[in-house]
Design a protein around this ligand. Sequence first.
Ligand code: LMR
Length: 399
Amino acid sequence: MLASLEARPADPLLSLISLFEADPRTDKIDLGVGVYRDATGQTPVMAAVKAAETMLFELQDSKSYLGPEGDVSFVNAMAKLAFGNISVGKSYTGLQTPGGTGALRLLLELWQRANPDGKVWLGTPSWPVHETMIRSVGAKIQTYVHYDTTAQSACPDNLLAAIRSAKSGDLFLLHGCCHNPSGADPDASLWLLIAEALLNVGAIPLVDLAYQGLGNGLDEDATGLRILLDHLPELLLAYSCDKNFGLYRDRVGAAYVVSRQLGLLEVAQGHLSEIARSCWSMPPDHGAAVARLIMTEPTLTASWRQELNQMTKRIQSIRDRLAEFGDIGKFAFGRLRNEKGMFALLPATPDEVVRLRNENGIFMAGSGRINLAGLQEADCDRLVQAIGRLPSFAHKRTS
Ligand code: LMR
C-alpha cells in the first residue's frame, strides 16, 4: 500500500527548528518559526501560566472527559476577550480546539458543509497552512494579492475588489491582526469598508486571530473583528492562545460561529461537535484550563496582561531599532515601525534566504519572512549588514 504514496517534502517552516538546532555556530540567529523570545533569547513560560499550572496541580480533582466542546468556561472567557461586548441581537456558539489550527480546520469544514459550491478567498502571501488547509477540506480557493512584496505595501484595493467580485456565501479568510507574514494590518477605516463590502455581497469572514495583544494591545488588536461583528449577520472566528499565552505546545484554541439567528447556532454547534468528534474527539485540556484560570483569577489576569504588554513593547522596540536604519538598498526598514506583530517580510529571493543562513547563520522562512520577536537588540546591526550585502538588495528601491 505504502508504495503507492509519493514522497512529500517536510514542512519548510517547521524544518527550520531542527536545522537551527543542528547548526553548531554559537552566534546563529533564529528568525524562523513564530515564537516569542525575550531579551535573553528564551521563550519563557509566562509567570501567570506557571502560577495557574501550580493551582491546577493542586485543585484539579479529575481528568474525566469534558465532551467535544472542551472547557466551556475557557471558550466563554476567550469569546469575551476577542469580541468584547457582543452586539445585542447576536450571539455565538463555540468550542475548544487543539490550537488555532484546529479551529481553522473545523470552521472551514463547517463552511464547506454549508456552501459546497462556494469559494474561499485568500489574500497572498499568507500563513502557508491556510492554503494547504483550504485545499485539504476540498474547497475551491481563489487568491488575490494582499501584500506586494516588491513594492513593500499592502494592497487594500485588491481586497475590496475581490470582495466585490465574490458571491453570496463565499468565505474570506482574514488575519484579525499582526498579519502573518507581512505585519501590514488594515486600519479601522479600512475594516469598515471591508465590512460594508462583505455585507453588500453576502460573503462571510473567517477571522484568524492568532496574535491578539501582540500588535497594539488586546482591545486594539480586536478592532477589525469587532467592526465585522457589528456590521455582519454572521461570522466565523478561529482563536489561538499559542502566542499571547505562550502556550505553543499545549495547543490551545477555540472556534466560534456568530449569528443573529439564534436557532441556527444550535445547528452549527451540532455540526462543529460532530466534526470535532471525527477528528480529535475531545480537545486536550491542560492549556485551556490554564488560560481559563488566568482569565478568571484577577491577580493572574493582571500579571498576564502586564507580561503580554512587556512582550509587545519588546517587539516594538526591535521594530523601532531596525527602522532607524532607513532604506538599505531595496528594503525600507523604516516601514517596520508602523507594521504590527512578530513578522516582517524581506523582499529576499529563496537563494538569498539560503545564503543568509549558510554565510551568516541567520535563519528565516523561505519566503523571506523574519520573526522580529526572535531578534536580540545586539543582533540588529549584524542582520542589517548581512541583508545589505545581498546582491539584489544593493539596488536602490524604486518605490
Ligand atoms: C508561524 O507562522 O511561524 C507559526 O504560526 C508557527 C506555525 O505553526 O507555522
